[in-house]
Write a protein that binds this ligand. Structure first.
Ligand SMILES: NC(=O)c1ccc[n+]([C@@H]2O[C@H](COP(=O)([O-])OP(=O)(O)OC[C@H]3O[C@@H](n4cnc5c(N)ncnc54)[C@H](O)[C@@H]3O)[C@@H](O)[C@H]2O)c1
Length: 392
């Protein structure tokens, strides 16, 4: 422990992701021997009783009621942004200009243009930056990446992903921030689709072109309170507001390496709570993963003996599986929160070594370009090349 360096984190926001990040930051030194260890220095929120209570509950040493104050403080080295999407750019750019490292929730920004400004600011000041696509940090997904990189699937032909939920199906579910374009940018597309796009970029490579469709099934909703962590909310008014984002989004994609992609995200899929799944098919084998069973990876290898061929299940809890060895003995499974701990380890290692962690703001920009290309395709009814959107 003598050689560890402490970095003092200031977090903006303290609800769903605030809880996930606070827990992860606390647990990094519990499970991992990183050279750099996070300290929960201060959190910021606009409501004083709320932020004070959150600081006490989640173990933060102090609190502020304006995020700008967090950025001014000399005892803060890293800003962690866990607020709605419309706030990311302003906070991240201010933090970068003040020389603070930045961890930012996904999608990186409201628009591609904003995400590019964030990347430019981060690169200009030379800070370490990261965007929180936590699902790639499940040991099973990291192991899938290793199998792909080792060529065990051979040439990749297909990637198909879904992220299906059902919490929005009640037409009386209120108009929370996730359903308002000016705050969230898009609906399921940026919220869930951004995760599937990140998994695709991580496992298969860059997108080359996309064509998509989107739908808003319930176009008017009562005004209401924000949602709690159990995805429940209630209307507080009989006044109605317009939903100006998608309830469902689907698109086809071509990758630069010739693979084909099929993507579907929706909050209208009865019985699916967090159906975050993907399948990869290559010339020598296939891989399947399902977040609801996140420790397991299903693999099929075509060179298995005839008669014994079939998908087999690997429980990715052994020391051979990235990050897994830091936790428990084999088959003593881990959960959702561990994806965030692993992500924070990547951030701390980036700070320690002075190298950019992944996924970083450049990944955030490339992700945002795919999101925007799909939206453009929906507007024009045509295939859209990612390069045309990225370089516009
Ligand atoms: N990685 C993931 O799996 C994942 C999951 C959920 C949400 N997210 C992302 O995390 C971010 C936050 O989502 P959430 O679900 O935690 O939202 P939330 O509504 O649960 O919490 C948002 C927090 O931000 C605060 N806030 C809002 N505007 C603010 C402002 N101007 N200044 C200071 N605080 C402000 C709210 O008071 C609240 O504490 C979003 O970008 C979302 O897309 C990521």
């Amino acid at each position: 422990m003598g050689k560890t360096k402490k970095v003092r984190v200031g977090m903006v926001g303290y609800k769903f992701m605030g809880k996930a990040h606070s827990h992860a930051l606390r647990d990094v030194p519990f499970y991992f021997d990183t050279e750099v260890v996070p300290v929960l220095q201060a959190i910021a929120g606009r409501d004083e009783p709320g932020v004070k209570a959150a600081a006490e509950k989640m173990g933060w040493a102090s609190y502020e009621t304006d995020w700008r104050r967090l950025i001014e403080r000399e005892d803060i080295d890293v800003i962690d942004i866990v607020t709605p999407n419309n706030t990311h750019a302003e906070i991240a750019i201010a933090a970068a200009e003040a020389g603070k490292h930045v961890i930012c929730e996904k999608p990186l920004a409201l628009t591609l243009e904003d995400s590019k400004r964030m990347l430019t600011a981060a690169e200009k000041s030379g800070i370490i930056h990261m965007v929180c696509h936590n699902y790639r940090f499940a040991p099973a997904v990291q192991f899938a990446k290793k199998l792909v990189e080792e060529g065990r699937l051979g040439k990749i032909f297909h990637f198909r992903a879904t992220f299906l939920q059902d919490w929005l199906m009640d037409p009386n579910f209120p108009l929370i921030w996730r359903l308002r374009k000016e705050v969230s940018g898009s609906g399921t597309h940026g919220d869930l689709g951004a995760h599937s796009i990140d998994l695709a970029r991580f496992l298969v490579g860059e997108f080359s072109e996309v064509v998509g469709m989107m739908e808003t099934f319930v176009k008017q909703r009562p005004l209401g309170t924000e949602m709690d962590i159990n995805l429940r909310s209630r209307a507080v008014s009989s006044e109605m507001g317009t939903v100006d984002v998608d309830d469902a989004s689907a698109f086809l994609a071509r990758f630069e390496n010739g693979a084909l992609g099929v993507f579907e995200v929706s909050r209208f899929c009865r019985g699916n709570r967090a159906g975050n799944r993907f399948e990869i098919n290559g010339e020598k084998g296939s891989i399947r993963w399902d977040m609801e069973n996140m420790n397991n990876l299903q693999v099929y290898f075509a060179d298995d003996e005839p008669g014994l061929q079939g998908f087999r299940t690997i429980n990715c809890t052994e020391v051979e599986h990235p990050f897994a060895g830091a936790y428990w003995p084999p088959a003593h499974i881990i959960g959702y929160e561990h994806t965030f701990i692993n992500l924070m380890v990547e951030m701390m290692n980036g700070i320690a070594k002075g190298r950019s962690p992944q996924p970083n703001f450049e990944d955030g920009v490339r992700n945002q370009a795919v999101l925007e290309a799909v939206e453009k395709s929906v507007q024009t009814g045509t295939w859209i090349k990612i390069a045309d959107v990225l370089n516009k």
